[in-house]
Design a protein around this ligand. Structure first.
Ligand code: A2P
Length: 316
């Protein structure tokens, strides 16, 4: 399995299990099946609302000696309502408690967006947001660094950060993010961001690699293109004796990023991990490259305030 190497020589297996949208009652089994099938990298977040059940699965896997803690890589993410300096470590400690772990391998700022500390769920009005002047990213980042100093997390990163936001953070800290988790797939290749991150020694993780067809209706556009049903991807799949999902996952291994396909189905969990064996040739990579159309499935519209003044997430 391809790995991403960090400055301290830690290695992250490139294919991980995503847990966004994995329902309570299913996610624990999915995580246990994944670890039994050979996954060592599990991607979590407090806002997914399922970390306690994921934690039970980790306990089970560790108790049954299916994996040891030092071989398991667990990522989680700080939710938007805990960006204030004093809220970061308590939020991380709650995640650690839910996941039944002493430390995380990687902790990410989930979005460059801050909410009021007492807000549960998504904002209902403009008052639910805190502006980046009120809670600058660097304030949140310094609390993340403190969490690392305390041994609560080994590596730090961000998610959904644009080049200007990464550059701004890099300019303000000596302890820069080691990871940026963003939406990536053949319809949204983000080459400029990929090159910027790689030049600055920041790894990338691709979320929604299969198009996240199980998003809620209000997060979906009526005319969304489908990755899994795309004729070009299907043709590359049949040429390689693989499934479309496997091609969509292997695509990222060729771009030297991590990728976190979500599944709660044991067969598909195994199928997705086997993408590691697929070697796409230059012709395959060329046709996939030509599919880029800068299409976002997760477009961040749910963060727009009525006057649009708070957050321009992607700086586009
Ligand atoms: P399921 O959980 O039933 O397997 P993403 O990772 O982009 O968020 O996409 C997740 C969606 O893709 C889920 O609906 C998931 O369904 C589905 N999925 C996961 N693996 C595969 C696969 N190998 N083939 C087809 N669909 C898949």
């Amino acid at each position: 399995m391809k790995t991403l190497r960090f400055n301290n020589e830690d290695e992250l297996e490139a294919i991980g299990l995503g847990t966004w949208k994995s329902a309570p009652g299913e996610v624990g089994n999915a995580v246990l099946e994944a670890i039994k099938s050979g996954y060592k990298h599990i991607d979590c977040a407090s806002v997914y609302g399922n970390e306690a059940e994921v934690g039970q699965a980790f306990q089970e896997a560790l108790k049954q000696n299916i994996i040891s803690r030092d071989r398991l890589w667990v990522t989680s993410k700080l939710w938007n309502n805990a960006h204030k300096s004093e809220d970061v470590i308590p939020a991380l400690k709650q995640t650690l408690k839910d996941l039944q772990l002493d430390y995380l391998d990687l902790y990410l700022i989930h979005w460059p967006v801050a909410f009021r500390s007492d807000l549960e769920g998504l904002p209902q009005s403009d008052d639910d947001f805190l502006s980046l002047d009120e809670v600058p990213i660097i304030e949140t980042w310094q609390a993340m660094i403190e969490a690392k100093k305390q041994g609560l997390v080994k590596h730090l990163g961000v998610s959904n950060f644009s080049i200007p936001k990464l550059q701004d953070l890099i300019d303000k800290t000596d302890d820069q993010p080691e990871m940026n988790q963003v939406e990536l797939h053949p319809f949204l290749q983000q080459d400029e961001l990929l090159n910027f991150c790689h030049k600055n020694n920041i790894h990338l993780t691709a979320f929604s690699p299969l198009g996240s067809g199980d998003r809620s209706a209000q997060m979906k556009a009526d005319d969304e293109p489908s990755l899994l049903d795309n004729d070009t991807i299907k043709a590359v799949a049949s040429k390689n004796n693989a499934s479309p999902a496997q091609i969509l996952i292997a695509f990222h291994l060729h771009r030297h990023t991590a990728v976190i396909p979500k599944s709660t189905n044991p067969g598909r969990i195994k199928e997705n991990l086997k993408s590691a064996n697929i070697k796409l040739d230059e012709a395959d990579l060329d046709v996939l490259k030509n599919l880029d159309k800068h299409y976002r499935y997760v477009n961040g519209k749910f963060y727009e305030t009525s006057d649009g003044k708070y957050f321009n997430i992607y700086d586009e």
